[in-house]
Write a protein that binds this ligand. Sequence first.
Ligand code: MG
Length: 203
Amino acid sequence: MKLPINIDRIKGFLAEDEGAALFDSAIKAANFGPILEIGSYCGKSTVYLGTAAKETGNTVFAVDHHRGSEEHQIGEGYFDESLFDAQRQKVDTFGEFRDTLSQAKLEDTVVPIVAPTKVAAKHWRTPLGLVFIDGGHSMEAALNDYRCWTPHLVTGGYLLIHDIFPDPKDGGRPPFEIFELAKASGQFELITMVNTLGIMRRL
Ligand code: MG
């Protein structure tokens, strides 16, 4: 895997082994259909998925309202002042995300969708080869992401979920809960875990 930019310079919460697993899954998903990512933030994971998509002639749809998750808001644990639009008094990660796409030369491969997940999914009809869920960590957000997008996965397509912490002491539960839901649904088989990234396939 050769990335087009120095990935360490992009803000984000994705470990290197998880990024490599995203890339590998995205290469394999090319035979099944386009890739959809939920929760792009500044584009770190998008670069891994997008680079694989570019190599295989695939497309990444990158869904994010770009207003930050709960933990990114002012006064919260992961607030980043450089991503705060002081004039509008809102978090705005879209500018940074566009810079990442431009620097990585992925503007011909990644389609940004700047909208909440439910709005983006409302009229969605395209079958998907890979869905990567890395959105908000509230139960409502995680469930929405799971319910809105997994029905569009084709048989053999990949479902990837980030931030799975089986022990509640290590992190919030909702990504783990939808991971359990996917396993219990009988619609997915677990391929492997890489760090906090769960990799499944649609049966
Ligand atoms: Mg994450």
